[in-house]
Design a protein around this ligand. Structure first.
Ligand SMILES: *Cc1c(COP(=O)(O)O)cnc(C)c1O
Length: 305
């Protein structure tokens, strides 16, 4: 079985380069068929579980992870059940159903939806975690392989962090190419800053609640592997306000004609807000992780807040 993700474009943004005063390269994972980078890791995990004979995939994500699992299941001919909390957006629910997955809506929190999903997992089922699984990291690491194959060695790299699945995959890819010296700017929004707080505390931290509108970054606690990479690599943590993330989405839409979620806007805000982390020479690679749960009208509404 081949990959479910596609090789995405790697393009230099003239508008963003002029703004930053150094070349800004975009890895356009917003163009994955499921609309986010998540298909790399989740696609790889689903292919692997199908190969081992899984009869059903189960996910408890009401966002891009659940959508990626639903997409993977359809492509592989494996039934999918996605359990979401009532807070899951209408848009996400529609997209999960559009992929032909069974959708179960559970009253109350994600914790309860997750517990219900885990209770459904039978011996022939595979539970697909949204960020904490070496299979996901392996799949996500292909993003760096593509950048290396294109002949670009970035002087710095910018990405968004939720639970840390993208970060762990990127670090694994950097290690494979002996690129661990490259500074990685790991961006979160205020209110979803579980990585920044853990880094500051020097140990895992569990946020009492997620208060950012960038719900795709809303892991109350990052994976332990993400914190191990922090000790091993050259990672700098950065936090932006929700407003900066939303503004970045709108400016990116104007500059590149592509719609992304505030979760992705957080990474783009490093350039658009000219954060001090952006200073230096040489090309910067920004991972445009995408996200499909925030329609354009929603972005405009948030921008008015
Ligand atoms: C999941 C997601 C993230 C965060 O990825 P993690 O692997 O949880 O760190 C960022 N942006 C988008 C659009 C996502 O779907």
């Amino acid at each position: 079985m081949q990959n479910l993700h596609i090789q995405t474009p790697l393009i230099e943004s003239r508008a963003m380069s002029l703004l930053a005063g150094r070349p800004i390269w975009l890895k356009m994972d917003a163009l994955q068929p499921s609309g986010s980078f998540k298909l790399r890791g989740i696609g790889h995990a689903c292919v692997e579980h199908a190969r081992r004979g899984a009869q059903r995939f189960i996910s408890s994500s009401g966002g891009n992870a659940g959508i990626a699992v639903a997409y993977a299941g359809r492509r592989l001919g494996v039934p999918v059940t996605v359990v979401v909390p009532q807070s899951a957006s209408l848009r996400a629910r529609e997209l999960i159903l559009q992929e032909g997955a069974a959708l179960e809506v559970v009253r109350a929190s994600w914790q309860e939806a997750n517990a219900h999903a885990l209770g459904l997992v039978g011996p022939a089922d595979a539970f697909i975690h949204p960020f904490d699984d070496p299979l996901l990291w392996r799949g996500n690491s292909t993003l760096i392989d593509e950048v290396a194959e294109a002949g670009l060695k970035p002087a710095a790299l910018v990405l968004a962090v939720g639970g840390g699945g993208l970060l762990c995959g990127v670090m694994e890819g950097l290690q494979r190419h002996s690129w661990l010296d490259i500074p990685v700017i790991a961006v979160e929004t205020l209110g979803a800053d579980s990585f920044a707080q853990a880094v500051r505390a020097g140990r895992p931290v569990e946020l009492p609640a997620i208060t950012s509108l960038a719900t795709s970054l809303g892991a109350r606690r990052v994976s332990d592997r993400a914190l191990e990479w922090y000790r091993q690599g050259n990672i700098r943590s950065a936090v932006v306000q929700d407003g900066a993330a939303v503004r970045a989405c709108l400016r990116f839409m104007a500059d590149q004609r592509v719609v992304v979620e505030p979760a992705c806007g957080a990474a783009l805000a490093v350039v658009y807000e000219k954060l001090p982390e952006l200073q230096g020479d040489g090309p910067v690679l920004v991972i445009v992780c995408g996200g499909v749960t925030a329609p354009v009208e929603q972005l405009f509404k948030w921008a008015e807040l």
